[in-house]
Write a protein that binds this ligand. Sequence first.
Ligand code: ADP
Ligand code: MG
Ligand code: ZN
Length: 482
Amino acid sequence: MEFEPVIGLEVHAQLLTASKMFCGCSADYAGAPPNTHVCPVCLGMPGSLPVINRAAVEYTILTALAFHCAIPEFAKFDRKNYHYPDLMKGYQISQYDLPLSRDGYVVIDDAGATKRIGIRRVHLEEDTAKLFHADGASLIDVNRAGVPLMEIVSEPEMHSVEEARLYSIKLRQILRYLGVCSGDMEKGAMRFEANISLRPKGSRDLSQTRVEIKNLNSLRAMVHATEFEIARQTKILNAGGRVEQETMGWDEARNTTYTQRSKEEAHDYRYFPEPDLPRLQIARDWVAELGARLPELPDEKRERLISALGLSAYDASVITAEREVAAYYDRAVEAGKARGVDAKAIANWVTGELFRLMKETNAEIGAVKIAPEQIPDLPALVSAGTISNTIAKNVFEEMFKSGQDARAIIAAKGLAQISDRGALQAIVEKVLAENPKPVAEYLGGKETIARFLVGQVMKATKGQANPGMVNELVAEALSKMK
Ligand code: ADP
Ligand code: MG
Ligand code: ZN
């Protein structure tokens, strides 16, 4: 029988708030010495009381609105009870039956086909501390404990690893556009859990036993673990076996999943309302205010670049992949408008030379020395005939290194295009005189060799000659010799 995978993802994203979820400790703990961002609240000391971080609630609602979720009037926090050394209080404050949002979706684009993936809920909770195991000992760093953690739970609506991958990339892109999460997986700012079941192809059934894989700390781990798990379940079902409900872990080094808990050992979290926190009433005008704060999101931006500016789908996608790049491009286009420089010409420079140099030098857009307002200079100077396209690329490289203006570089290096007919004519004559053999071949009927002679003239002028004019002059000179 042929099977179809059913995949649902739970994505945890650390929020970029200044302080932690329920205390005043700084949430920016990266690189800090262990146990320096701690206080009685996040250490879980008896008698300490949590206070809700308003910015974290706002970030969560903002995110939920970006995913078209409904924001219920009331929300509350609940205790999720379990025991693990990295859980300071013996429970995690999370949200159970009244989350901050529910019923949204995100659109993915799978090779040109768009598809909506349902989002069941976006809720807010707190991160745990971190354990380190070394030399037979276990050490704990509590800096991460209490950092605001947003959980985005999808509907089980992805049916291939590729869909799960595209969904994850889209989520990360939107979180970064919103500025609510760094999306930095190497630092653990985004973590995945994958739920996977198989059903007969064409079935609508969602009651198949599913396996949950926890602790997927990168996109790559999520993809590999999901691939592995689909293959494992396929093999079991094809052999007439039954998939057991369990929670698994992913062993990155051995490229395999392993059982963490079977169904019998499944946790009973004994959720109950957090008695130390008030219920939240989410005022409608607050939601409206947050909705008005939503920036132009990647899909809208991409659509605008295609329909209003005429970019190709590919260029529009790469330009909008990161919000900062898209903003850079927008500024360049704005500056170009006044000077009649086409948005497409600017896109060519950005996706071509700029991206190439950024990649070569491993530079982020924020570190690029060329101001977006300087970009239109290049297509403008090329179309005015001041420099050729080839020279323009050299100028651009100089600009990238120094941030200097195109005109200043052209003047300093004497790179302006030679369009002086008389001067070029003299060079053409000299080149023809120095190349008697190709000229003879041309006169003997091998007309394609004219291209070689044009190339020689360009070389003699270090690429600065106006190529159209050189073509004309070489053809003229040769025809006179016939
Ligand atoms: P629980 O409440 O037990 O954690 P949920 O029903 O809320 O489980 O779902 C948790 C995750 O499992 C969600 O991301 C959801 O999309 C996914 N999921 C639910 N049913 C299936 C299924 N049949 N196959 C794969 N994933 C599923
Ligand atoms: Mg789960
Ligand atoms: Zn604290």
